[in-house]
Design a protein around this ligand. Structure first.
Ligand SMILES: Nc1ncnc2c1ncn2[C@@H]1O[C@H](COP(=O)(O)OP(=O)(O)O)[C@@H](O)[C@H]1O
Ligand SMILES: [Mg+2]
Length: 294
């Protein structure tokens, strides 16, 4: 068994009457990419803040590289964090931001400058290095954010919604950078609302809903929980009416369509496809709602 970079047991956090995290367990192997997938408000940022010592849990155990949260200085030396909202100084240039971050981390002036150069090159920010960050595009800012969190390399990197709001090109560039960190042995824990992102990047995906992890697995494991095939029903104008999961056998498909017959319009069209992570997510969160209301 590989060592765990992040381990959490029964983590709970409540804000007033709002039970945000209701007993979260995590086991993230060293050197892997772990995606925490959940809708807006699910508690992703809260969990990242707990794992990175910024917020105290009400209950539960967390270990980062073997150190419990109580050993905060050891934990802090093991992690870097790129928050959901950019922590760059808009008035400074990228080079100045990076050099300042290096100085704050205890590098000498010369070391900080050298590290800034290296990161500017690696994150393709050289041509804009002396422009004020205020003038940057969203993708450039996110790259700078990530670069700043890597000024002093740490074994565990937390990324809170690294690509939210970015265009496809910038998103892909960031994915490549995240994969290259993994190749260097960094453990990456990221949160995302995008199924595609989790599918593309993660060795393990955990779905957070209703304050709990409702499913964990590889993308393909999660997909197989949903049956082999999905029937997609669309009306005459192409709008999705509903999806059904099936084992793909004629018998099952016939039975499901017979049960439906009266409730869908006669011009309904049917397509059959493999399940996507979106289907998994919809199915899992629906199960969770049923469980809670029963
Ligand atoms: N400091 C806080 N005080 C009160 N409520 C909070 C605080 N931080 C987060 N929340 C609430 O906790 C829930 C989860 O928030 P958050 O962790 O930011 O979710 P996510 O990152 O998944 O969108 C939200 O309903 C949010 O309003
Ligand atoms: Mg958040």
């Amino acid at each position: 068994m590989s060592n765990l970079a992040i381990e959490a047991k029964n983590v709970r956090k409540r804000f007033g009457a709002h039970d945000v995290l209701q007993g979260v367990d995590l086991a993230v192997p060293e050197g892997s990419i772990y995606a925490l997938l959940g809708p807006n408000g699910a508690g992703k940022t809260t969990l990242i803040h707990i794992l990175s010592t910024l917020v105290e849990p009400d209950e539960g155990m967390v270990r980062i590289c073997g150190h419990e949260l109580a050993a905060a200085s050891m934990v802090k030396r093991s992690i870097s964090l790129t928050g959901q909202f950019a922590a760059v100084d808009e008035v400074l240039t990228a080079r100045e931001n990076l050099t300042m971050a290096g100085r704050l981390c205890g590098l000498t002036r010369a070391e900080a400058r050298a590290r800034a150069e290296e990161l500017l090159a690696r994150f393709d920010l050289e041509s804009a290095a002396d422009k004020r960050v205020r003038t940057y595009s969203g993708g450039m800012r996110r790259r700078l954010d990530l670069a700043i969190s890597l000024v002093t390399p740490r074994p565990v990197l937390f990324l809170d919604e690294p690509t939210t709001g970015l265009d496809t090109m910038s998103r892909r560039t960031l994915w490549d950078l995240i994969r290259s960190l993994k190749r260097q042995g960094v453990t990456v824990f990221l949160t995302t609302q995008y199924l595609e992102e989790a599918d593309q990047l993660a060795d393990t995906i955990a779905v957070l809903d209703g304050g709990r992890i409702v499913a964990t697995g590889t993308a393909s494991e999660l997909k197989t929980r949903l049956g082999d095939e999905v029937l997609e029903l669309r009306d005459g104008r192409g709008s999705l009416i509903r999806t059904l999961s099936t084992d793909g056998s004629l018998q099952d498909i016939r039975q499901q369509l017979n049960e439906l017959a009266a409730s869908v319009p006669p011009d309904t069209r049917i397509a059959i496809r493999k399940p996507s992570l979106d289907d998994v997510f919809v199915a899992l969160t629906a199960q969770e709602k049923e469980r809670r209301s029963s």
